[in-house]
Design a protein around this ligand. Structure first.
Ligand SMILES: O=C(O)c1ccc[n+]([C@@H]2O[C@H](COP(=O)([O-])O)[C@@H](O)[C@H]2O)c1
Ligand SMILES: Cc1cc2nc[nH]c2cc1C
Length: 346
């Protein structure tokens, strides 16, 4: 693994006092815009300016398949992954609707779908393999595959940054990947496994019990790993590993990251364990219905922006929250100060 990817610098806090003063001179009681103010400070620090701007905001959706799905850990069948990739390419999925609504760019990445798409406009072929192995029996991927996935993710983000993007949203698609996210969350936070497991795309009660049993077996087989890269290779999907590398690359490049729900959160959790300053570059856009998401957010000290009881993935929570993030930039640039508006501050 090329460990330079983990060198995410602490946020440069030189402008903290100047940004706070600008925020506090706006025509409102101190702190009255709550999380909008917190985001304005964070974005100003990331961009090192009192007048931040979003340039070419862009979403990346990473797709991959999971060997363990053949055991019945999801309510959906594996082919839904590639079928949804086709839906993304045709512009018909939830994420397509919400990026269009907000004028955001989108790139779809085949990180490891068990399907041959052939060369397709709009699809980045970064396939590591046609799905992971079944982690109940053996590690999901080799350490080399995990490293390659992370490097490819970082490379995809580097191209977007080179093309001018300074805000990047992260989403995913992969039948079975809520199980990977649960295992990763358990291993990296030490929260009880059962509290990290939920219904994913829509398991019923019997399916949930089966998922709990199988994930406990996978953990027993792997011997409760704790090292982030080992955990990622043991249980990850290629889409999760590629997203973790992409996220680290984005933070290292000093762009703002918009993090979606529980599965994107598991990649962010891995990244935060590899690079302690990683989360300073992230906005955790929403609170997912998946019970393990709360555990991840607490582990990263994150305060999610919205709770719409979403559990779709694809980056939809981040795209839906985008107008609020943009409001933080507009607040800083456009709202009058007590001085400019002639309003008394007492
Ligand atoms: O992002 C979330 O919070 C989220 C929560 C539950 C399910 N999902 C999506 O549903 C799929 C995973 O669910 P499952 O049951 O197949 O593991 C995958 O494609 C995710 O994008 C996403
Ligand atoms: C239809 C469907 C769409 C999805 N999008 C993300 N995860 C998904 C899971 C299913 C089952």
């Amino acid at each position: 693994m090329n460990e330079t990817l983990f060198n995410v610098p602490a946020l440069d806090r030189t402008l903290t006092a100047a940004l706070q003063r600008k925020i506090d001179r706006k025509t409102k009681p101190l702190g009255a815009l709550g999380q909008i103010e917190t985001m304005a400070m964070q974005i100003g620090l990331i961009q090192r300016t009192l007048t931040p701007q979003f340039k070419q905001p862009h979403f990346v959706v990473f797709a991959g398949d999971h060997g363990a799905t053949r055991l019945g850990i999801s309510s959906a069948s594996q082919e839904v992954t590639w079928q949804m990739v086709e839906n993304f390419l045709a512009g018909g999925a939830g994420i397509n609707v919400f990026v269009r609504q907000n004028g955001l760019g989108i790139t779809i990445v085949d990180a490891g779908v068990a399907h041959n798409f052939g060369p397709r406009p709009g699809l980045v072929d970064a396939k590591i393999a046609a799905g992971t192995r079944n982690y109940v029996d053996e590690p999901a991927m080799t350490a080399a595959q995990c490293a390659l996935a992370m490097q490819r993710g970082a490379h995809i983000v580097a191209s977007l940054v080179a093309a001018g993007s300074n805000v990047i949203g992260f989403g995913e698609m992969g039948i079975g990947n809520s199980s990977s996210a649960s295992l990763i969350t358990h291993c990296l936070t030490c929260a009880p496994l059962d509290e990290c497991i939920g219904r994913g795309a829509g398991l019923g009660e019997a399916g949930l019990q089966r998922k709990r049993r199988l994930l406990a077996q996978a953990l027993a087989r792997a011997g409760q790993p704790r090292a982030p890269l080992t955990v990622l290779a043991e249980f990850g999907g290629f889409e999760i590993a590629m997203m973790a590398g992409a996220m680290l690359g984005a933070a290292q490049a000093g762009v703002l990251l918009l993090i979606d729900g529980f599965i994107a959160g598991s990649a962010a959790l891995v990244a935060s364990r590899l690079a302690p300053h990683f989360a300073e570059y992230c906005i955790f856009c929403h609170h997912s219905v998946e019970p393990g998401h709360r555990i991840q957010l607490a582990a990263m000290n994150a305060d999610p922006l919205i709770d719409l009881r979403l559990r779709l993935g694809e980056g939809t929570g981040a795209a839906l929250a985008y107008p609020l993030v943009l409001a933080a930039v507009n607040f800083l640039n456009e709202m009058a100060s007590f001085e400019s508006a002639g309003v008394s501050d007492h």
